[in-house]
Design a protein around this ligand. Structure first.
Ligand code: NAP
Length: 487
């Protein structure tokens, strides 16, 4: 082991909002703050509330205004886990914080840790998952279509894809990485997932030093397990990234040691991936590694690379030597309290691990996105039809007869009826299971003279006399290309 010179503070303290959170949150927060203080990190903490206590006080968003103000003022937060109410009305405080500050990028390093044995130890796993953090099905726009059929909208924007791909490229450049893998389900969801693929292909041309590849996300899950060392930086839409980043964390020791950053234009929030672990809360045995590693991402974010490196090596030496580890990672199963683990890390400050290759970190060059509504013009737009979603217990043939009758004298022809994406009329000989939810596709016989609204309203009135319809989708063509999926 070599020794690292103590960090020489070069500037004044940076104010950071500290949200201890719920369950084991206050314990791991205190442990992290202790290590940072001992290492001489130039941080001044401003403690703020969020999570269960906020909900108990009747704050429906899970975070009071003072907390939001503190993050807005400081622009940087370190956050403990927050309990999420499951299955009842209140929002997730985590989602509130990410959305209020539009922290669109979730960055999750996946790096083999010395002394943490997993089935993948020794493979040299070292990559970063960049997950889009605010769009996709996590927009939370859900509707019951019929009493037995639910729908959730998957919203993907070109702007959202561009900024997350550029963030992935910036992370790659900041860490001296060489490859960005855009991972999507574009083969099935050609418009939504396909948008990330297309934008990735376009945007990554601006980064000639980076190799770009596309990988279908299910294969990506497989490849992460089969050959995880091939990855460098991966970028995904929200739900795919949510699932695969947890899978990736499992490769290198699990959620208890997985750090993350939530990055946006106005604020950055660093947090452990794990939750509040209520079963072990208050016992003084929680492992603070994940929050400590998150705080190192935070130190690098505020430019204190030297302190981050010093703490990282002290942690690695501690893990390598295997003395005084918490129960979840202790090799002999005999864990020590959080406080003893922290003392050991502090005692190891200044020692250097030779087993972990040093990475040259530079600041992540985050582009600021303009505060305007993003608008992409199309040179031509055509309205060619409308999908009407109807509720019916009848069979597709019977529905087609009533819908064709409804369309008679309107501006439309009924061309197709689908059930959950599969065409069921005209009959194509499939064996589709039927529920009470159908998509009826009506195409304009001739292009509408005006905006088509009068024709659509007329059609809906006709359909409404016989069927309960839930919603409609206009079928459009932008720049001459169909802007809707086929059955
Ligand atoms: P969890 O809190 O991550 O805990 C699952 C288990 O993992 C714990 O019971 C514990 O296992 C182990 N564990 C997690 N972190 C640990 C640590 N630092 N040290 C030692 N062991 C650790 O997941 P959960 O039980 O599903 O979620 C609990 C609550 O946290 C929920 O309300 C959930 O919504 C919330 N949550 C919040 C966040 C966040 O704020 N970002 C993230 C995830 C979950 P053993 O019991 O085997 O020791």
């Amino acid at each position: 082991m070599d020794s690292i010179p103590a960090h020489v503070p070069v500037r004044s303290k940076v104010k950071v909002t500290a949200i201890p959170g719920d369950g084991i949150g206050p314990e791991v927060m205190q442990a992290t703050q202790q290590v940072l203080a001992a290492a001489g990190a130039q941080v001044e903490w401003e403690e703020a509330l969020a999570g269960a206590e906020a909900f108990r006080k009747g704050i429906a968003a899970g975070a009071p205004q003072e907390t939001l103000d503190s993050i807005a003022r400081n622009g940087v937060a370190l956050k403990g886990p927050l309990e999420t109410p499951v299955g009842y009305g209140e929002k997730s405080a985590n989602v509130t914080l990410r959305k209020v500050f539009e922290m669109y990028g979730n960055v999750r390093p996946v790096r083999e840790l010395p002394g943490i044995r997993t089935p993948f130890s020794g493979r040299g796993i070292d990559f970063v998952v960049v997950r889009e953090n605010v769009e996709d099905v996590y927009a939370g726009i859900e509707h019951m279509q019929t009493p037995g059929v639910a729908q959730c909208l998957k919203i993907i924007t070109e702007a959202g894809c561009e900024r997350i791909v550029r963030l992935a490229a910036a992370v790659a450049e900041a860490e001296g990485r060489k490859k960005v893998t855009v991972s999507t389900k574009a083969n099935i969801m050609k418009l939504t997932e396909g948008m990330l693929k297309r934008v990735g292909e376009q945007v990554l041309k601006d980064y000639p030093s980076l190799t770009h590849e596309h990988m279908i996300v299910d294969n990506c899950a497989h490849q992460m397990v089969i050959r995880p060392e091939q990855f460098d930086v991966t970028v995904m839409t929200n739900m795919n990234g949510d699932i695969l980043s947890d899978l990736a964390a499992g490769l290198v020791g699990g959620l208890g040691v997985a750090p993350s950053a939530n990055l946006g234009d106005e604020a950055a929030m660093f947090e452990a991936v794990h939750g509040s672990a209520p079963q072990i809360a208050g016992k003084g045995i929680a492992n603070p590694t994940a929050l400590l590693l998150s705080s190192l991402m935070m130190l690098r974010h505020i430019g204190d690379f030297a302190t981050a490196r010093r703490i990282e090596h002290a942690l690695y030496v501690t893990l390598e030597e295997g003395k005084d580890l918490t129960g979840d990672i202790a090799r002999d199963g005999e864990g020590v309290p959080t406080a003893a683990f922290v003392d050991r890390i502090i005692a190891n400050l200044g020692r250097e691990s030779l087993n972990v290759p040093d990475r040259e970190y530079r600041p992540i060059a985050l582009k600021k996105w303009p505060q305007i509504t993003w608008y992409r013009a199309a040179s031509t737009r055509e309205l060619v039809g409308v999908d009407v979603f109807v509720e019916s217990e009848r069979d597709p043939r019977a529905i087609s007869i009533t819908l064709q009758a409804a369309a008679e004298g309107s501006a439309f022809d009924l061309t197709m009826i689908g059930s959950r994406g599969a065409q069921v009329w005209p009959d194509v000989g499939g064996h589709t299971f039927l529920v009470d939810h159908f998509r009826a596709r009506f195409m304009f016989r001739e292009p509408p003279k005006g905006n088509g609204i009068a024709e659509i309203t007329d059609l809906l009135q006709r359909i409404g006399r016989q069927h309960n319809w839930m919603h409609i989708e206009k079928l459009q063509r932008f720049d001459g290309a169909d802007a809707y999926s086929k059955a």
